[in-house]
Design a protein around this ligand. Structure first.
Ligand code: TNX
Length: 534
């Protein structure tokens, strides 16, 4: 069973205060709301292609809540003077403080009219779920865990007038929780290095769309980005290169801890990836004994090719290296997962590859982690198998092998390149990115079902979805944003919203309505086809 970050909960105390009175007023509004699934009987979006605001379907929240019911009464006007209250202990205070900061509001002790974050261990909300009610006397967000409160706060941000300003939150009730426990985004910091501040900005984007895992691809042929004190050459040598010949960089233990902490505060778990036995040129340049006798002389690599490197799988010293690195990274990582790669080891014999992956997975487990690996490692049954090959490029035998791993207990993490690789161009006009998996339009990223993507995958085997951003062609934050926006929110909705509640027809309207919020954050985006941009 794969443990994800849901179980994480700090001790909480619960204070029942006079706020219950104000809360009751808000709840009275709920009774006046029309009930039923938001998708049922919803009017079609207005013909001018902009969100009409008149139907539950087009209220501009992404990912679309599992259930949203419009109220008939007045909404709640938020001004710069609106107080934010927290009830229920430190997790409530943390969520209230973060969201208040994002909205430029102040938190206030006590209770009363305003915005209230209420942690209630007895609430009926599922893990990470929340209830948000808005009416004349305020906005109340209730959840059973801190993650739920935080996600509710992100919904509130989107319900306020675009651009992060103040205004009216319409009267409504949202009852929301995620479809999948794992909603991830992978960032390749190896091909190009991104600083702590850049990664934190990336986390801000993920948090807005309710992602809960950040997968950092920390090592590859072109660079090694994480300090391992027992192997200092990895960063002293391997950290100094990147695609295109730039200076590279790496995270010290303190840097990495800062990223982990920043993400954790936003209910995002970091999943570090050490990619072996292929994609290992930077490690081999740092420690040439990782190569087999007779392999080519190690040399730094700053182009974008893949599949040529391998560590020597027949030497015990290689496994001591794996153990040193995994021990260090596991020690720095509070989350339950470590990713050990396993992709594109094209110069290794299958038997050598399999023997290596088997041992690597055992090392990860020995250091207390559950192991994620790319889909080539299906036969070795990692805890989480990350699917990246487009189904149409896979042979029946490969698909059958993945299904067999799932039957034996591996959970599947869906990142099929033809849907979830955000380094792929939108269309032939996209200046950045690659196109080996085909063009990935916004609609294509949106319009698929992770549960049925792989024929033969057993029911319930899909643990989640991960959007991957490889950076061979991307070197600045705005490069990342141009590829992520608007497709990352599409994948957020794939991962969060029940399949039956999703439709491209209204998603494109809700997506277009995000643009002012992006602008207010200083983020850039691609005005991709099919979306009625403002
Ligand atoms: C394949 S997907 C890779 C990456 C590349 C990416 C480029 C996978 C597990 N390996 O090494 O960066 O394609 O799209």
């Amino acid at each position: 069973m794969v443990r994800m970050n849901r179980s994480r909960r700090r001790p909480t105390g619960r204070t029942v205060t006079a706020a219950t009175v104000a809360v009751a007023a808000v709840l009275a509004l709920v009774a006046g709301c029309s009930s039923g699934r938001s998708s049922q009987g919803a009017a079609a979006p207005s013909s001018d292609g902009r969100p009409s605001g008149a139907t539950a379907r087009t209220v501009a929240v992404v990912p679309r809540p599992a259930r949203l019911t419009l109220g008939s009464g007045a909404g709640f006007g938020v001004t710069a003077a609106t107080p934010v209250h927290a009830e229920g202990g430190p997790d409530a205070q943390a969520a209230a403080a973060l969201v208040a900061g994002e909205l430029k509001l102040r938190t206030e002790g006590g209770s009363g009219a305003g915005i209230t974050f209420r942690l209630d261990p007895r609430a009926a909300t599922p893990p990470e779920g929340y209830r948000l009610t808005s009416g004349p006397s305020g906005v109340l967000i209730t959840a059973r865990d801190g993650a739920g409160l935080f996600h509710g706060g992100q919904t509130l941000r989107q319900l306020l007038p675009a651009g992060g300003g103040y205004g009216t939150v319409r009267a409504l009730v949202v009852d929301d929780s995620p479809r999948y426990a794992y909603r991830g985004a992978g960032l390749d910091v190896a091909r190009h290095f991104f600083t702590v501040a850049q990664v934190e900005q990336y986390v801000d984007l993920l948090a807005l769309y309710k992602f809960n895992h950040l997968h950092l691809h920390l090592t590859d042929d072109q660079g090694w980005r994480i300090a391992v004190s027992s192997r200092p050459q990895l960063t002293a040598v391997g950290g100094r290169t990147e695609v295109g010949g730039g200076q590279g960089g790496y995270y010290s233990a303190a840097d990495y801890r800062a990223i982990v902490r920043y993400a954790e505060d936003r209910h995002i778990t970091v999943v570090p990836e050490i990619d072996l036995p292929g994609h290992s040129n930077a490690a081999i340049v740092s420690y040439p004994e990782l190569a087999c006798a007779g392999d080519r002389t190690p040399a730094p690599y700053t182009s974008a090719g893949v599949g040529f490197s391998r560590v020597c799988t027949g030497k015990e010293s290689t496994y001591r290296f794996v153990d040193d690195v995994v021990a260090a990274v596991a020690e720095l990582t509070p989350g339950p997962l470590i990713h050990l790669g396993g992709d594109e080891a094209k110069t290794l014999a299958p038997a050598d590859y399999q023997a290596f992956m088997k041992r690597a997975i055992a090392v990860g487990r020995a250091h207390g982690k559950q192991v994620v690996a790319w889909d080539e490692a299906a036969a070795e049954q990692p805890d989480l198998l990350q699917i990246w090959h487009p189904a149409r490029q896979s042979t029946a035998a490969v698909v059958a092998g993945i299904a067999a791993a799932a039957r034996h207990g591996s959970k599947l993490l869906m990142s099929p390149a033809d849907r979830a690789y955000l380094d792929q161009k939108y269309d032939p006009s996209t200046p950045l990115g690659l196109a080996w998996a085909g063009y990935v339009s916004v609609e294509h990223a949106y319009d698929w079902n992770p549960d049925t993507y792989l024929p033969g995958a057993p029911r319930g085997s899909v643990a989640g979805v991960e959007a991957m951003l490889w950076t061979e062609t991307l070197s600045t934050s705005s490069d990342l944003q141009l590829m992520d926006l608007p497709r990352l929110p599409a994948l957020a909705e794939v991962a969060w919203t029940p399949q039956a509640e999703r439709s491209w027809a209204d998603f494109r309207l809700r997506l277009a309505a995000q643009a002012p919020l992006w602008r207010s954050q200083g983020w850039t985006w691609t005005r991709a086809a099919g979306v009625p941009w403002p």
